[in-house]
Design a protein around this ligand. Structure first.
Ligand SMILES: Nc1ncnc2c1ncn2[C@@H]1O[C@H](COP(=O)(O)OP(=O)(O)OP(=O)(O)O)[C@@H](O)[C@H]1O
Length: 252
């Protein structure tokens, strides 16, 4: 299974449903940008779908046994927490645990996945560094690399570009887009509409507990949706560099 199927999916937080009646089908090869204002339920959708939070309705992922789920989906949480002062290499190798037997050390296939992820994220020079001594953006890149090393058919990342400098944001989006082109499913919650428009193949906008729009960027990021959901007006154009979406101002 490389995609994600949600059917009549709903999640309550406290006394209220944050999400309700969500039906969503995402296939291998898609790079989905999950958009929505603060509090729209992006994290809730991903955590619920993964089975990290109680939900109603069906999620193809949460229905899996935990060991199989860990081999199916890698997850980058919004909070970039590194608890132990281990080396970057050691931390990234933890991404291979779902593929290894108990007490087993990484084999050649695991090492190849680790090396490939480190190359793709440009972390070669950091391999021996203590992860907790890195900057916030560097730690974020290490945790993304751990998720890539997990080499799962589905990658779910919560605001992956947050805290990265412009070059690393673009590099990360190119890496995620390449993962999708290789047939994997990538779902990324995002606030940067410019990056989402340029790199995602599909945008899903959450608003008021449901899906306000779902489709290719040019069909989703309309002036009406941007004003109604995000309370902004933006410049949007198709260019030789791909679509450009630049927020310009706030509308009431
Ligand atoms: N423990 C909780 N108890 C009650 N409500 C909660 C709890 N955690 C989150 N919420 C509420 O659930 C809603 C959805 O939160 P969620 O984190 O999924 O939003 P989000 O779209 O990811 O937002 P952001 O863009 O700010 O990260 C918010 O209104 C939030 O206040």
């Amino acid at each position: 299974m490389s995609g994600l199927e949600l059917q009549d999916f709903a999640v309550a937080r406290g006394p209220c449903d944050v999400l309700r009646d969500i039906s969503l089908s995402v296939r291998g090869g898609e790079f989905v940008g999950l958009l929505g204002p603060n509090g729209a339920g992006k994290t809730t959708l991903m955590r619920g779908a993964l089975g990290l939070m109680a939900h109603r309705g069906q999620s193809s992922l949460s229905a899996l046994a935990p060991a199989q789920r860990a081999r199916t989906a890698a997850w980058l949480p919004q909070a970039r927490e590194i608890a132990w002062p281990v080396t970057v290499d050691t931390l990234i190798a933890l991404g291979r645990l779902p593929h290894m037997g108990s007490g087993q050390r990484p084999g050649p296939a695991d090492q190849a996945a680790i090396d490939s992820a480190i190359d793709r994220m440009g972390l070669q020079a950091f391999r021996s560094r203590i992860a907790t001594q890195l900057s916030g953006g560097e730690q974020a890149r290490v945790l993304i690399t751990r998720a890539l090393a997990q080499a799962t058919p589905l990658l779910m990342v919560d605001e992956p570009a947050a805290g990265l400098d412009p070059a690393h944001q673009i590099g990360l989006m190119e890496t995620l887009a390449a993962e999708a082109r290789d047939g994997r499913t990538v779902i990324a919650s995002m606030h940067d509409l410019g990056l989402a428009a340029r790199f995602c193949t599909r945008l899903v906008v959450l608003w008021r507990g449901g899906i306000a729009a779902d489709g290719p960027p040019e069909q989703v990021l309309t002036p009406d949706l941007l004003a109604r959901v995000f309370h902004i007006r933006a410049y949007y154009a198709q260019t030789d560099h791909g679509p450009i979406c630049q927020p310009l101002g706030v509308v009431p």
